[in-house]
Ligand binder design. Structure first.
Ligand SMILES: [Mn+2]
Length: 277
């Protein structure tokens, strides 16, 4: 039994299949961890969801910004963007099945696994966690988000895509907290030490605005020394954080680079070069 993690597959189904073959993934014994952005931008979002849905009992998922965008187009009145590659998925007779499946996924996932050095806790999130958020606060907001999304996807997704506050304030109403938290976990790259997020930055770690740095470079109220965190979203990092316990998985497959799959037992990474245009 092994656990394998992948970052932003974004509908790159050919590369995803090649990655599973490379590690000899066994859907009866192993687990897959998918760090969000399963779909969109790449060519085969429908095929990817068809496959994942079939083995859903062996898959752990957190939602990414592209997954939320798809859900908002499906349940709410958000308009598709001209760069979307979701036409086949929307036209599928099973589109609702996949949307309902994704609606039931969290923003944050945590599980203990047996590694080569004993039991370790692994946490998965799509983009990251602002350094000022504490553990209990995150768990509580994740539960609140998930309950709201299942109960009323249309209303919840409208909040997600309303203008998001850059920082969490104690006096926020629940709906503002929901908007802040869902955007932070699925879109953060850089922030200030106090947790204020700058969403417009899309590049790497060079030429950062004053007082801003990668979210993982500030002391976190959330992460314990023994916890490992895996995330995707930030393709410009090419998986590099220079930290042992915070591991990037997005290596820009949808942008013509490569797909990374990592075995969580020993953190060995395998790479699949972009195959299909
Ligand atoms: Mn993303």
């Amino acid at each position: 039994m092994a656990n394998y993690a992948l970052g932003d597959i974004q509908g790159c189904f050919e590369e995803f299949k090649a990655a599973l073959i490379k590690v000899k993934f066994n859907s009866k014994k192993d687990f897959l961890w998918l760090a969000g952005d399963l779909i969109n931008r790449g060519p085969d979002s429908l095929e990817l969801l068809q496959y994942i849905y079939k083995i859903k009992d062996r898959v752990h998922i957190v939602l990414g910004n592209h997954d939320l965008h798809f859900l908002a187009c499906f349940y709410s009145d958000r308009e598709a963007s001209k760069n979307d590659t979701l036409t086949k998925l929307f036209a599928s007779k099973d589109c609702k099945t996949y949307a309902d499946f994704l609606v039931n996924q969290p923003l944050l996932f945590l599980k203990e696994i047996k590694s080569a050095n004993g039991i370790k806790e692994v946490l998965m999130v799509h983009a990251g966690i602002p350094p000022n958020l504490g553990f209990d606060e995150c768990i509580e907001l994740n539960d609140f988000f998930q309950r709201s999304l299942i109960k009323n996807p249309k209303k919840t997704l409208k909040k997600v895509f309303s203008k998001s506050p850059a920082i969490l304030k104690a006096n926020f109403e629940k709906s503002e907290k929901l908007s802040y938290f869902s955007n932070a976990l699925t879109r953060i790259r850089i922030c200030k030490e106090n947790g204020k997020i700058k969403y417009s930055h899309k590049g790497g770690l060079e030429n950062l605005p004053k007082d801003y740095d990668a979210w993982f470079n500030f002391p976190s109220k959330f992460l314990f020394k023994k916890t490992e965190l895996i995330f995707g979203h930030w393709a410009a990092l090419d998986g590099k954080t220079n930290l042992e316990n915070i591991i990037g998985l997005d290596t820009g497959c949808a942008w013509g680079r490569k797909l990374t799959i990592m075995r969580l037992e020993d953190n060995k990474k395998y790479y699949i070069k972009k195959i299909k245009k």
